[in-house]
Design a binder for this molecule. Sequence first.
Ligand SMILES: CC(C)(COP(=O)(O)OP(=O)(O)OC[C@H]1O[C@@H](n2cnc3c(N)ncnc32)[C@H](O)[C@@H]1OP(=O)(O)O)[C@@H](O)C(=O)NCCC(=O)NCCS
Length: 143
Amino acid sequence: MFKRVQSPEEQLRVMMIRAIVFMEEQGIAYADEMDMHDATALHILGEIDGEPVACGRIRYQGDRAFLQRLAVRRAWRGQRLGSALLAFMLKECRKDGFGRFDLHAQTRAVGFYRRHGFTTCGEEFEEAGIPHVHMWLRDTTPE
Ligand SMILES: CC(C)(COP(=O)(O)OP(=O)(O)OC[C@H]1O[C@@H](n2cnc3c(N)ncnc32)[C@H](O)[C@@H]1OP(=O)(O)O)[C@@H](O)C(=O)NCCC(=O)NCCS
């Protein structure tokens, strides 16, 4: 149900989810939601019966994978889709050789990421008018 975006049609589906969740539901302005990194990032799309319901974006910088724009449309929340999305994104990063993951969590989503092993780091800050906190996770290599 999750895949790496490989066509303009799939990219459009991702952007529609982001417009619904971040722009409409959370009131984030278009100029904040879209940025120059969309052109080069790896995008993930989740669909159920042909309906686009979940998405996320991955950016590789140095030895880190930045996980961004995770969203599940409201009607599909609370069924562990978000957890499955995050697990899929981590798996794709690992396939690409990355073992260090960073994200800016909306403060209300900190518990969600903690359950998946992420740790908070530093003070709360504001991004697009919403409180966030930096979180990270590193794979441990067997001794
Ligand atoms: C965060 C999000 C992706 C989780 O998706 P999901 O499919 O509901 O995730 P799961 O079912 O695996 O886990 C649900 C848990 O996330 C928590 N959660 C965190 N943020 C939430 C939010 N904004 N809305 C609803 N639940 C949220 C719920 O409390 C729930 O916790 P519980 O299991 O203790 O009840 C989804 O809520 C979402 O798209 N939110 C809006 C966009 C957003 O804030 N993205 C994160 C940016 S950092």
